[in-house]
Design a binder for this molecule. Structure first.
Ligand SMILES: Cc1cc2nc3c(=O)[nH]c(=O)nc-3n(C[C@H](O)[C@H](O)[C@H](O)COP(=O)(O)OP(=O)(O)OC[C@H]3O[C@@H](n4cnc5c(N)ncnc54)[C@H](O)[C@@H]3O)c2cc1C
Length: 403
């Protein structure tokens, strides 16, 4: 039980050990909070989501994990390459030239390794990590939360916590209990993906790029180098198209969409699939509630707008986990987290995370540079014109966290 009050086993219980959960757990543990992570799987476990953006660097740095990730042998990534449906010309985005990125080089990561490294780092920082522990139920009362879970042996257990972090990804255990994931009809896609060998890689600075091929139906393909030989290949397809075009198995559907994207044909001539193909569906949404009495959602549990705008996704997802570190503990002694209250923005709290992520950058930039950076962030992405995008901007409250 919590030393001060005897009311809780842990001050914070984090549900889910993916990047959202491990980031929250690490940030809190580094602030001296007692944290337990309940993760239903045993890591390493497969997960999609391999291509990082440079903003991740600052978050990893704030978590004390940047050097560990940098030394883990992941493919270096400096940018992205895009090819239009006619295949005529490939265009490049180089992070080096982006105003918003102080550290332009990032990584393509095998998520099973990346996520495990981050979860072990949470443990090293003092969080207790319970794998193969699936949350079954959470009962909230005035003084805390009682969590019931199934353990690896099939038994049930309970623990008491002061606050719960829903980092359960698309499962959204608490988000769906207190609200729902709301989908925007404009952003309904499916993705089908697998790993391949025999695909030529670009050379030099572009060798680690994510390469994207857009399709006339608003879908697109990704090619993400995961090692010298293995490339993750995925097709993002509007659900309306997939309803017409799907094939009996994920493998056949993926093969169909690859064959149906002529601009990518030169890459695929000798390609051999070396993993099963997998589907992901219904992954563009915004939670109708992200915060409540004694709970908060981070990562995919809270929102996942659309892979095509991953920049926005990461900027609103991972920072939220770090935001949480100063925000949650401040509420703990007050017994109740403000219902529907906003999380404190980074920079208000001088502890690790807040100062690193926001304060330093803010002071280092002139108003002109900041205004230019803000304008560049507010370019009219199709997404931001949707009602969904506008709501996310409003609900996030920290839409330009690095400017
Ligand atoms: C098609 C597609 C492509 C993507 N591409 C990229 C990309 O290129 N780059 C990128 O950065 N992101 C990408 N993403 C997004 C990325 O996969 C997610 O945003 C990221 O995994 C979110 O991390 P998280 O920790 O919030 O959730 P997750 O990583 O999903 O972690 C949630 C964890 O919670 C656990 N859990 C669930 N329910 C329970 C329970 N009841 N009890 C205990 N544990 C539970 C799960 O086992 C899981 O380990 C992509 C997503 C999709 C669908």
């Amino acid at each position: 039980m919590d030393g001060a009050s005897g009311r809780w086993d842990y001050e914070v219980a984090v549900i889910g050990g993916g990047p959202g959960g491990s980031s929250a757990a690490t940030a809190l543990a580094r602030r001296g909070r007692s944290v337990v992570v309940l993760e239903r799987e045993r890591f390493p476990r497969f997960h999609i989501g391999e291509s990082q953006l440079p903003w991740t660097n600052e978050i990893l740095h704030a978590l004390g994990a940047r050097d560990i990730i940098a030394a883990s042998g992941f493919v270096e990534k400096w940018g992205a390459s895009f090819r239009a449906p006619d295949g005529a010309a490939e265009r490049y985005a180089d992070f080096q030239t982006a105003l918003e990125t102080p550290t332009p080089q990032t990584f393509q990561v095998l998520r099973e390794r990346f996520d495990e490294i981050l979860l072990r780092h949470s443990e090293k920082c003092g969080a207790r990590v319970l794998e193969e522990h699936r949350l079954l139920d959470a009962v909230f009362d005035r003084d805390g939360v009682t969590l019931r879970f199934a353990d690896r042996l099939g038994g049930n257990g309970t623990l008491r916590a002061g606050v719960v972090v829903d980092a359960s990804g698309r499962t959204g255990v608490l988000v769906k209990r207190f609200g729902r994931h709301e989908h925007d009809p404009l952003l309904l896609n499916i993705a089908v993906h697998a790993q391949y060998e025999g695909i030529p890689r670009a050379t030099g600075r572009r060798a680690g790029d994510i390469r994207m091929f857009t399709r006339p139906d608003m879908g697109w393909l990704w090619f993400i180098p995961l090692s010298d030989t293995v490339i993750s290949v995925g097709a993002v397809i509007p659900q309306t198209v997939h309803r017409r075009e799907s094939r009996p198995t994920p493998e056949e559907s993926l093969a169909h969409y690859l064959a149906d994207t002529p601009a990518a044909a030169p890459l695929l001539e000798r390609a051999q699939r070396v993993s099963p193909a997998r589907f992901d569906a219904d992954y563009s949404y915004l939670a109708s509630r992200m915060v409540g009495d004694r709970w908060v959602a981070v990562g995919d549990a809270a929102a996942f707008p659309l892979p095509a705008i991953r920049g926005r996704v990461l900027r609103s997802r991972l920072p939220r986990a770090v935001v949480l570190a100063p925000a949650v503990p401040r509420h703990l002694p007050r017994r109740r987290v403000r219902a529907g209250g906003k999380l404190a923005p980074l920079g208000n709290d001088p502890g690790p995370g807040g100062g690193v992520l926001r304060g330093g950058r803010r002071e280092a930039r002139s108003p002109e540079v900041r205004a230019r950076a803000r304008r560049s962030l507010e370019r009219p992405l199709a997404f931001t014109r949707t009602a969904f995008g506008r709501r996310l901007q409003r609900s996030d409250g920290d839409w330009t966290p690095f400017v």
